[in-house]
Design a protein around this ligand. Structure first.
Ligand SMILES: [Zn+2]
Length: 276
């Protein structure tokens, strides 16, 4: 994202200092024209930074921009060895940046393409206010069109109800929690983060969005994922190190990544400054 153009090196150095071993960089970028952005990051391989893997995909926000040439480009990019998932793809009925029927068509098309290259999918799903419409549609599509592939995926930045999470677990999905698990009004997210099996959850930042408390309102960055680990640890009565270690192992297992040499290293205590 362009929000990091001024200080991407420093951001990645801070992530490494905060104990982030591995980054999955979401390659939706700003849509067609930047579909290789995460692969470029993954190709850095610099000392003192986390190792970086990539996804490719067209976000539902930009679905209306997608052309056949973009789909061809995605299929080519998806064969890059650094690419470990296809996404974010899905449905966003909150912002409706693209017409819903276009979102559905682009979602289904990318499920077909991901199946062809045998990649799991990263799902973005957000219903209209006071509705579960996108969850109902998205989970039905995944059950009918995706579950038979056996490839599974991730419900990223989970904001749904326990029943949605459980249905997704049954379809072979992992559930990923972002900075909004710390927001005062997000009790449904905290309920899911407390109750779901510890071996089926991931933690993420959704940078540059949804900075966790105490950074709320600022640009989010990967180092702040420590706050997500601390929140989930508090909910579950565990040490933050245990949540950090287990969720990292979940990622390595799910995506078949080699473990890192410093796996299990305690993460530093979070900054507990004034709540933003
Ligand atoms: Zn998303």
């Amino acid at each position: 994202m362009p929000q990091f153009d001024g200080d991407r090196d420093a951001v990645l150095a801070r992530a490494h200092e905060a104990g982030v071993e591995t980054v999955v960089a979401i390659g939706s970028g700003t849509g067609p024209g930047s579909l290789d952005c995460a692969i470029q990051l993954a190709n850095r391989e610099r000392a003192g930074e986390p190792r970086i893997y990539a996804t490719v995909g067209i976000h539902p926000h930009e679905a209306k921009l997608a052309t056949d040439a973009d789909f061809d480009e995605l299929s080519t990019l998806a064969r890059n060895p650094k690419v470990i998932a296809w996404g974010e793809i899905g449905l966003d009925y909150f912002y409706n940046h693209s017409p819903r029927q276009v979102q559905r068509a682009v979602f289904l098309k990318q499920l077909d393409l991901a199946r062809a290259v045998r990649l799991p999918v990263v799902i973005h799903c957000r219903p209209s206010a006071d509705s579960q419409n996108a969850w109902d549609e998205c989970l039905a599509i995944l059950a009918e069109q995706w579950a038979p592939s056996g490839l599974g995926g991730v419900l990223h930045c989970f904001t749904g109800l326990m029943e949605h999470a459980r249905r997704a677990l049954d379809l072979g999905f992992m559930i990923s929690f972002a900075g909004n698990v710390t927001f005062p009004k997000a009790q449904n997210i905290r309920d899911a983060a407390r109750e779901l099996p510890l071996d089926r959850i991931f933690i993420e930042t959704d940078s540059p969005f949804l900075a966790p408390i105490p950074h709320r309102g600022k640009r989010n960055e990967p180092a702040f994922v420590a706050e997500v680990a601390h929140q989930i640890a508090e909910l579950r009565g565990l040490a933050a190190e245990e949540v950090a270690f287990q969720t990292a192992q979940n990622v390595y297992r799910f995506f078949n990544l080699p473990p890192t040499s410093n796996a299990g290293t305690p993460i530093p205590a979070p900054s507990r400054g004034a709540a933003g």
